[in-house]
Design a protein around this ligand. Structure first.
Ligand SMILES: *Cc1c(COP(=O)(O)O)cnc(C)c1O
Length: 322
């Protein structure tokens, strides 16, 4: 069922624009940008975009435009130092106690600001060889107490493939928490099916699932339903957003995002400053402006609805609070 919806994702930016009643030239569409990182947008996500609005905050996240071709100093191919933090094939460790698995390169949506848009997924993929190398590297390091499933998007994998991994991890006594970072419940909420819920319920650790939504409009009835179903398994739901110019860089947009997330049962976790990845400079918001925005949010909302504003700096011991 969800696999079929996955396959029906829009891959042609011209058709995406036509469907929204938008003009190609005005959209500053770029073939070259589209060739560097192909377009992929699930139909259900397109349904949440406003027709006839080139500035739609959801469209802006996924449309390949000429701005991406700008070569801007400071914007590189591996902005967050993933290469240097590699512990084994598909295993990245930057922080105390936490090992991150790049479980797959696949994702249901291609966000233009993706910090792994240049990542070598063919080579760096923990699922290769039935997880053996990744699991061995975690088993051999008793300081790891939390395993983070990342990607790509880990929920791109079949639930049976994920269960294969968690069955192996369950044999490692020093693991105490599992975390899943995924945008699928937002962009393809049908992925939250009975099989996935059964898997989550049966996991032997406390689980947190960190979704990724940047704008309140990303939540429609189908997303609320998926979040409710996920919550019914007893896991903790958090949201990570990225501060993006032209998408959510206003106090109103950020407040609406926090309030809507919470209404769906999801607590705000991080609001990240953009990782400085080549092709994404047009999304950047200055640190000064970011600090003003978060102060504006703090002045309006309950404390638990204010996300931690932070930036990742390669080589540091944690994400850096701003
Ligand atoms: C961001 C990140 C984490 C998680 O950091 P938290 O502050 O615990 O959310 C873990 N591993 C890697 C490689 C990361 O980039």
């Amino acid at each position: 069922m969800w696999q079929q919806l996955w396959r029906q994702a829009e891959r042609d930016p011209r058709r995406l624009l036509a469907r929204l009643g938008l003009d190609e030239a005005a959209a500053r569409l770029s073939e070259e940008a589209a060739a560097q990182f192909i377009t992929r947008v699930p139909q259900g996500f397109i349904n949440r975009m406003r027709r006839g609005d080139l500035n739609d905050p959801l469209l802006r996240q996924v449309l390949p435009v000429t701005d991406e071709l700008a070569v801007v100093p400071g914007f590189s191919l591996d902005a967050v130092g993933d290469g240097a933090a590699r512990k084994a094939t598909g295993v990245i460790q930057k922080y105390q106690g936490r090992a991150l698995l790049v479980t797959t390169g696949s994702c249901a949506v291609h966000c233009r600001y993706c910090f792994r848009r240049h990542f070598d997924y063919a080579g760096e993929n923990a699922a290769r060889g039935n997880w053996a190398e990744a699991v061995a590297s975690i088993a051999n390091d008793p300081s790891i107490d939390e395993v983070i499933l990342s990607g790509g998007d880990p929920l791109s994998l079949l639930t049976s493939k994920l269960a294969e991994l968690t069955d192996l991890l369950a044999q490692i006594p020093h693991i105490r928490r599992l975390r899943i970072h995924t945008r699928l419940p937002v962009v393809l909420p049908e992925r939250v099916d009975a099989e996935l819920l059964d898997w989550l319920r049966a996991l032997p650790w406390p689980v947190s699932l960190v979704i990724h939504a940047n704008h309140a409009n990303e939540f429609d009835a189908s997303v609320f339903e998926a979040m409710n179903a996920l919550r019914s398994t007893g896991i903790t739901l958090l949201n990570e957003a990225v501060l993006l110019a032209g998408v959510n860089d206003s106090v109103d947009a950020l407040c609406a995002l926090s309030e809507t997330s919470f209404a769906a049962g999801v607590l705000p976790y991080y609001l990240f400053q953009l990782d400085r990845v080549q092709g994404t400079a047009h999304f950047e918001v200055s640190d000064e402006r970011a600090a003003q925005l978060i102060a504006g949010v703090r002045a309006r909302l309950s404390g638990y609805l204010v996300p931690r504003l932070a930036r990742e700096i390669a080589g540091e011991a944690s994400k850096r609070p701003l």
